[in-house]
Design a protein around this ligand. Structure first.
Ligand SMILES: CC(C)(COP(=O)(O)OP(=O)(O)OC[C@H]1O[C@@H](n2cnc3c(N)ncnc32)[C@H](O)[C@@H]1OP(=O)(O)O)[C@@H](O)C(=O)NCCC(=O)NCCS
Length: 197
């Protein structure tokens, strides 16, 4: 088993993994070109962090987020305008509700105005056929250790509040506490979890 920070060379595998692990998610619905631009921006960002786990040279899962969540997504878009602007124009013309939802989705991290350095775990996923083999637990621990090493004092994440007991239990067992709740697009109740590092 090999755990390491992922790089631009891993981008196609990250996009495939996201699509497999989150088949019905809003971001997957925006298409693989959007996912490539989004994850490429995170990989290039000084404040982005993606760790992955490999077994037999195959990516089994990854944990992605930022080590400075305040304003992170805005900085991602502003630093990659050439790539994001065509997507924004396409969505504005053909899928305007999706554009509004994307802005709402990406502004979640802007909530973390805090005197601490707050990081955010935005996505954690394991290849569907490899789930239940502890890769998720190992990835979460690695994301926590790497965040701590990079100066993060508090780590935040959001997840669905309903019909999500296993994932909620998983985060609680890793030391995360439910901090607040909010309603996301489409009346979707969400929980925000935090853990001090
Ligand atoms: C949630 C997820 C990352 C867990 O990774 P995993 O490698 O399957 O989990 P592990 O084997 O490390 O097990 C850790 C805990 O995860 C939970 N878990 C295990 N398999 C799971 C599954 N298929 N779905 C949801 N939770 C699962 C269990 O609570 C388990 O604890 P337990 O051993 O006490 O039962 C993984 O199942 C996944 O990618 N699911 C789809 C995407 C997702 O929901 N991501 C999290 C929200 S952002």
């Amino acid at each position: 088993m090999l755990i390491r920070r992922l790089t631009l060379d891993d981008l196609p595998h990250i996009v495939d993994m996201h699509t497999m692990a989150f088949p019905d998610s809003f971001l997957t619905g925006l298409g693989s070109y959007f996912l490539s631009v989004y994850y490429c921006a995170i990989l290039k960002s000084r404040d982005g962090l993606i760790v992955g786990i490999h077994e037999a040279n195959v990516l089994q899962g990854f944990a992605s987020g930022s080590v400075r969540s305040d304003g992170f997504n805005s900085r991602l878009v502003l630093s990659n305008m050439v790539e994001f602007v065509p997507i924004i124009i396409y969505l504005a013309v053909f899928r305007f509700p999706a554009l509004l939802r994307l802005f709402r989705n990406l502004s979640k991290g802007e909530l973390h105005k805090d005197s601490y350095q707050v990081g955010e775990l935005a996505s954690l996923c394991v290849r569907p056929v490899s789930q239940g083999k502890s890769y998720g637990r190992v990835l979460l621990q690695e994301f926590i250790s790497e965040s701590r090493r990079l100066g993060v004092q508090k780590l935040a994440l959001t997840t669905d509040a309903l019909e999500n007991e296993r994932v909620i239990k998983f985060y609680k067992s890793a030391g995360f506490n439910a901090h607040s709740s909010f309603v996301s697009y489409g009346d979707r109740p969400m929980l925000k979890f935090e853990r001090t590092l």
